[in-house]
Ligand binder design. Structure first.
Ligand code: A3P
Length: 293
């Protein structure tokens, strides 16, 4: 593997970030969204790749020959703010993307989103995942991703997650910030990872109706099959096996894909402390999550 450098977290306009996502800041902020762009926004590990793959199949499966077999998901859906030395930046990848509409991935908290998305009234799909599973998934991701800060052990990771000392900041601020945006921006569809696990077909229908895509039940069923966890895990275009920054011997990118895996990680005491803190942090929000299904 190439020797990538694990970064330090630092405070950036009040949010914990690493330089890999702030080095290209001016170009990110000045990014020129197009009216038909579709932004896929998430806190890291909430189901970004799953949503990206679904949207890609919905838009391009039939039209773009060989895309299915030759182009990894991270090239089909560029990551807006990503800037890794010696690699093309997210902005450059988007500027040269040949297909329309552009599907764009971001983990930016709401206040950092380039204003051209709002000016162009772009469609946005936000995916949120319950905090406990999100934290567990993030922990394993930081273990295997060489451009993420060292996670250390789970017992020290969890309090840092609760304090928002994670790349892209606080889970609480992220999910509530985007939830609040939805109240006055009608082109935002707010989806939940748990709903997608529970009934992928139903959520596919919601997506199609939001995006104004007319698909047959047969087409949706075909896509539903292709985006199931096991299918994506076995698919080199979806499982990140070609991404040089990940060491999948440490932990696979497509790890478990479950709701409720937090129960295998949280001690009883950690769960009590977490619940108390969660209640306080979320008391002003109408946002509700399922931690099991
Ligand atoms: P786990 O680590 O809990 O397994 P992101 O794409 O935002 O990085 O999110 C990754 C998480 O989404 C991982 O969670 C991954 O397994 C899960 N995931 C990806 N594709 C999925 C699918 N088709 N069904 C269920 N979960 C999926």
């Amino acid at each position: 593997m190439e020797p990538f450098e694990r970064p330090e977290l630092y405070e950036f306009h009040g949010v914990s970030m690493t330089h890999y996502f702030t080095d290209n800041w001016e170009n990110v902020q000045n990014f020129k969204a197009l009216p038909d762009d579709i932004l896929i926004a998430t806190y890291p590990k909430a189901g970004t790749t799953w949503m990206s793959y679904i949207l890609d199949l919905l838009h391009f499966e039939q039209e773009v020959k060989d895309r299915e077999n030759s182009l990894p998901i991270f090239d089909r859906v560029p990551f807006l703010e990503l800037t890794i030395p010696n690699y093309c930046t997210g902005v450059e990848a988007l500027d040269t993307l040949p297909t329309r509409p552009r599907l764009i991935k971001t983990h930016l908290p709401i206040q950092f989103v380039p204003k051209s998305f709002w000016e162009n009234n772009c469609r946005v799909v936000y995916v949120a995942r319950n905090a406990k599973d999100n934290a567990v998934s993030y922990f394993h991701f930081d273990r295997m991703n060489m451009v993420q800060p060292e996670p250390k052990d789970w017992n020290s990771f969890l309090p840092r997650f609760m304090e928002g000392k994670m790349v892209f900041g606080s889970w609480y601020d992220h999910v509530t910030g985007w939830w609040d945006k939805k109240q006055n921006y009608s082109n935002l569809l707010y989806m939940f990872y748990e709903d997608m696990v529970q009934d992928t077909g139903r959520e596919l229908e919601r997506l199609c109706s939001f995006l104004g895509l007319s698909t047959t039940a047969e087409e949706r069923e075909c896509i539903r099959g292709g985006v199931q966890f096991d299918a994506m895990k076995a698919n080199p275009m979806a499982n990140y096996s070609t991404d040089p920054v990940m060491d999948q011997k440490i932990s696979p990118f497509m790890r478990k894909g479950k709701v409720g895996d937090w129960k295998n990680h949280f001690t009883v005491a950690q769960n009590e402390t977490f619940d108390k803190h969660y209640k306080k942090r979320m008391k002003n929000s109408t946002l509700e999550f399922h931690t099991e299904i």
